[in-house]
Design a binder for this molecule. Structure first.
Ligand code: NIG
Length: 401
C-alpha cells in the first residue's frame, strides 16, 4: 500500500549519508510545494510532482511542512525513581558535582534502578518513548549507565530492548559502562573492562560504548583504557567537558569516536580539533538550561567545519525533557544555531552519530519516518517555546494513530 503526501513544503535535508558541515548544515533541500510518495515503508519518490498509484492513501498537507522524523541521539531515558529533592538543592545553589560527590545524583538513580525490575524499567521507558513520539522523535538512543554492576547494567539493556520492541519507532541502545563508579576507580574500571564489557558484548555485539569523562566520574586514563578495548568491536562515544575540560577530546579524536557529547567547558583549541576531525560534536542545551546556564560554543564549532548534532539528553538529573522541538528552541537561543542548522543537527546529523544511514533525509530508498508540522514555516519549530509543533507522525510508512 502506498501513501501520498501532497501540497507540502518539504524539507528533504539533501542527499547522501555523511554528516552535514559548513554550508551543508544550513541546506534544508527545500521543495516549496511538493509531494512525497511512500511505498512499503520507504520513500519511493519526492519532488514537485510524483507519479502515484491510483489507490494510494492521501494526506493533504495544506502547505504545511513535511520533514524527516527527529533523531534524538543522546538520552538516558531509562531510569527509575526521581530526583526532585536534589533538584530543590540545586535551585538553592548546590552544584551538580557536589551532589554527585556526596553520593547523590547519578548514585541516587543507580539505587532506584537496582531496586526496580526489568519490567518496571521497560514500562517507564515506554511511557517516555510515547511522549517523544508525540513530539516527532521517531528514532531515539537510550543509554544504560545507572546499573554500575554487570547485573544491573544488563537489566537496563534488556529493559531498553523490551521497551523498544513495543514502540513503533527505532531505539538504539548504548552501553554507558563508565558513567560513575563505586569504590576505587582503578579497580572499578578494571572490572568493567574485564567482566562487564565482555558480558555486554556477548548479548549486544554491535552496541556503542560510552563513558562520562569528568572530575568525580571517569578520568581520561580510565576512559582510554575502556575505549582501547571496546573500540576493537564497538563504536565509541564519550561525554566530555561538561563541567571541566580534562583533555578527553584529543584522545576521542585519536580513537575515532563516533561523537563527543556536551562540550560546554571545552577549550577553543579542543573545539577546533574536534570540528576538523570526522568525530561529531553533540550539543545538549536542555542541560545548560536546567543545570547551570552554560552552553557549548557551537558557532565556533560550526565555523570551523564541525559536524554538529543536537539531542535532548533526557535524564532525571540534568535534563528532564524528552522534547526535540524544545531542544531546537534552546539551541537557537543559547548556542547560536540558525533554525535550519538546528533542524539538520537533530535529524540528518543525529542519524550519523548513531551510524544509521537510512534516515534523517527524504530521498528515494530512505525509511519513511516523517513528520507533518502544524506550521507552514519551519522556523516556527524553533520559535515556539514548549508547545507541540507536530501534527502527524509517520513511522516506517505508517501513520501513528
Ligand atoms: O549527560 N553527565 C552525565 N550524565 C548525564 C546526567 C545523568 C544524571 O545526572 O543522572 C548527562 O548530563
Amino acid at each position: 500500500m502506498s501513501l501520498l503526501i501532497r501540497n507540502a513544503r518539504i524539507l528533504t535535508l539533501g542527499q547522501g549519508t555523511l554528516a552535514r558541515r559548513g554550508k551543508d548544515l544550513r541546506d534544508l533541500g527545500l521543495i516549496p510545494a511538493g509531494e512525497v510518495l511512500v511505498t512499503d515503508g520507504k520513500i519511493a519518490a519526492v519532488g514537485a510532482k510524483v507519479e502515484a498509484p491510483a489507490d494510494a492513501e492521501i494526506i493533504d498537507a495544506q502547505g504545511r511542512v513535511v520533514m524527516p522524523g527527529f533523531v534524538d541521539c543522546h538520552t538516558h531515558a531509562c531510569w527509575a525513581g526521581d530526583r526532585l529533592d536534589e533538584w530543590e538543592l540545586k535551585l538553592r545553589g548546590v552544584p551538580y558535582l557536589e551532589i554527585l560527590k556526596k553520593g547523590g545524583g547519578i548514585h541516587a538513580t543507580v539505587k532506584a534502578v537496582r531496586e526496580a525490575t526489568q519490567k518496571q524499567l521497560a514500562a517507564s521507558l515506554r511511557d517516555r518513548l510515547g511522549s517523544m513520539l508525540r513530539e516527532g522523535t521517531t528514532t531515539v538512543e537510550v543509554k544504560s549507565g545507572y546499573g554500575l554492576n554487570t547485573e544491573a547494567e544488563m537489566k537496563m539493556l534488556r529493559a531498553i530492548r523490551r521497551a523498544a520492541a513495543e514502540w513503533p519507532g527505532t531505539v538504539v541502545a548504548t552501553a554507558l559502562l563508565g558513567h560513575a563508579f563505586e569504590g576505587d576507580l582503578e579497580d572499578y574500571a578494571r572490572m568493567v573492562v574485564k567482566d562487564m564489557l565482555p558480558e555486554v558484548a556477548k548479548e549486544f555485539p554491535d552496541i556503542a560504548v560510552d563513558a562520562f569523562c569528568e572530575t568525580g566520574a571517569w578520568t581520561v586514563e580510565a576512559c582510554v583504557r575502556l575505549f582501547e578495548k571496546a573500540r576493537k568491536h564497538h563504536p565509541i562515544r564519550v561525554h566530555a567537558d561538561q563541567f571541566n575540560s580534562l583533555g578527553m577530546i584529543p584522545e576521542a579524536v585519536r580513537m575515532h569516536a563516533r561523537s563527543v557529547d556536551h562540550l560546554e567547558a571545552s577549550t577553543k583549541k579542543d573545539l577546533i580539533l574536534l570540528a576538523q576531525s570526522p568525530t561529531c560534536g553533540v550539543i545538549l542545551p536542555c542541560t545548560g538550561l536546567h543545570t547551570d546556564q552554560r552552553f557549548t560554543r557551537s558557532r565556533l564549532f560550526i565555523e570551523q567545519g564541525g559536524a554538529l548534532a543536537l539531542a535532548t539528553n533526557c535524564n532525571p538529573g540534568t535534563s528532564p525533557s524528552h522534547s526535540i522541538p524544545f531542544a531546537i528552541a534552546l539551541a537557537v537561543r543559547f548556542c547560536g544555531l540558525s533554525p535550519a542548522e538546528a533542524i539538520i543537527a537533530a535529524t540528518a546529523n543525529a542519524a550519523t552519530v548513531l551510524g544509521l544511514n537510512d534516515r534523517g533525509n527524504i530521498a528515494p530508498g530512505q525509511r519513511a519516518d516523517l513528520i507533518l508540522l502544524h506550521h507552514k514555516d519551519e522556523r516556527a519549530l524553533a520559535y515556539e517555546l514548549g508547545g507541540n509543533p507536530v501534527d502527524v507522525v509517520i513511522v516506517g510508512g505508517k501513520v501513528v494513530p
